[in-house]
Write a protein that binds this ligand. Structure first.
Ligand code: PLP
Length: 391
């Protein structure tokens, strides 16, 4: 998640926090449905195929609901492909930077599209895929990106992801069904258009061989300011121009603003020294529960943060031993109290899929919330057994 994205609290200010054990993720299924409805509208107006990128969010319990709206899933390897087949419907498109010999047979059986990252891998495994009638794709590196943070830019010249254009002439496209690229991250339509304008002259000679083109993820379609109409026009135009089926595989856009992470203030340390911040320790650990806060890094939005200039700044940190297990510095009207609940917004995607048990810190429990009926459903809570089992 990048820092500049504007986040809305949606209906979460109406949720009664007192009934929730902390830490916990709460997913408002109505927001997920609203996001899916917009994606369905785009599908209806363009016949684009939309796959859920499981890496962003993979709670199997709503697999059937998501499958009612979308065309399938994109998987990052064997386990996600298995999850896709078991709990979701539709097409499974699998990409990995490199597939393993020991897993490829199973992956081929589970997948409809297999996307290779190099000529080596293509040479090694494409016969296996063809024997099972699986579509073969190649991932190309557009070498164009508007992502500033190197860690999140898959399309750098030195990226390990995707084949450079000058190598495409070494591929026999008679055996290739599709081209895939992924170079966006939380971006509006203009970035997709700019990327396409760079890619188009490099790949247009191959369209006659191809069945499909997959435009990857990172399309921030469900954000208020996203140019949906421009996207619709573009998808229709390239469908005609390339005579290919067009796929996109968003993750974040499906769950954007649909989830929160609720925690409790465990301790408050008021500072008497201007060099030392006021500190609040919570039961939310960024390193365990929202690692992108540290990895990206970014500052998650705190619900109801004070905008009062006379407020008090408090550094909020987690319960782990990691010195940098800090969420960020936030403004409060008055010093928060021990036992108070706090809520971080937009925590559904790239969180639950990334939690870990560092320090033995438990995962947050997971709730679904129907904000229209104000009904909560506990999906999962974690005990010592879960921690013990994974070691
Ligand atoms: C190949 C690929 N496809 C799709 C996605 C989903 O991206 P997002 O969740 O930003 O839409 C990613 C994210 O890293 C990706 O690497």
């Amino acid at each position: 998640m990048l820092p500049e994205v504007k986040i809305d609290k949606k209906n979460f200010h109406k949720l009664d926090l007192s009934q929730l054990p902390t830490p916990c993720y709460v997913i408002d299924l109505n927001i997920v449905k609203q996001n899916l409805q917009l994606l369905r509208k785009i599908k209806e107006q363009t016949s684009v195929n939309i796959l859920l990128a499981l890496k962003a969010f993979s709670l199997k319990k709503i697999g059937p609901m998501i499958s009612d709206y979308l065309d399938g899933t994109s998987a990052s390897g064997l386990n996600e492909a298995k999850l896709a087949k078991k709990y979701f419907r539709g097409l499974v498109s699998t990409f990995a930077p490199a597939f393993k010999e020991s897993e490829i047979e199973e992956i081929v059986k589970l997948s409809n599209h297999l996307i290779f990252n190099s000529l080596n891998q293509l040479e090694k495994f494409s016969v296996k895929a063809q024997s099972e009638d699986v579509d073969i794709g190649v991932r190309i590196n557009p070498i164009y990106s508007e992502v500033k943070e190197k860690k999140y830019n898959p399309a750098g010249f030195d990226s390990r992801l995707g084949i450079h254009y000058d190598k495409l002439k070494d591929i026999d496209f008679k055996n290739i069904d599709g081209i895939h690229f992924h170079s966006l991250c939380e971006q509006n339509f203009s970035t997709l258009k700019n990327t396409w304008d760079v890619i188009y002259p490099e790949i247009k000679t191959y369209f006659k061989f191809l069945k499909w083109i997959n435009l990857g993820g990172g399309h921030h379609i469900t954000r208020n300011d996203y140019d949906v109409n421009e996207l619709i026009n573009f998808l229709n135009e390239i469908k005609v121009r390339t005579k290919c089926k067009i796929f996109i595989e968003p993750g974040e856009a499906i769950f954007f603003q649909s989830g929160i992470l609720v925690g409790e203030i465990l301790d408050v340390l008021k500072s008497k020294d201007s060099k030392i911040p006021n500190i609040a320790i919570t039961d939310i650990s960024p390193t365990c529960h929202m690692p992108d806060v540290i990895e990206a890094p970014y500052r998650p939005k705190l619900m109801n943060e004070s905008i009062n200039d006379n407020g008090i700044n408090v550094l909020i940190g987690g319960p782990s031993c990691l010195a940098g297990d800090n969420i960020g510095s936030y403004n409060f009207i008055s010093l928060p109290k021990i036992g108070e609940k706090i809520v971080f917004l937009d925590q559904a995607h790239y969180t639950i899929v990334k939690t870990n048990f560092f320090n033995g810190i438990s995962h947050p429990s997971i709730f679904f919330w129907d904000s229209k009926k104000n009904e909560l459903e506990l999906v999962k809570n974690y005990t010592f057994k879960d921690y013990e089992m994974r070691l």
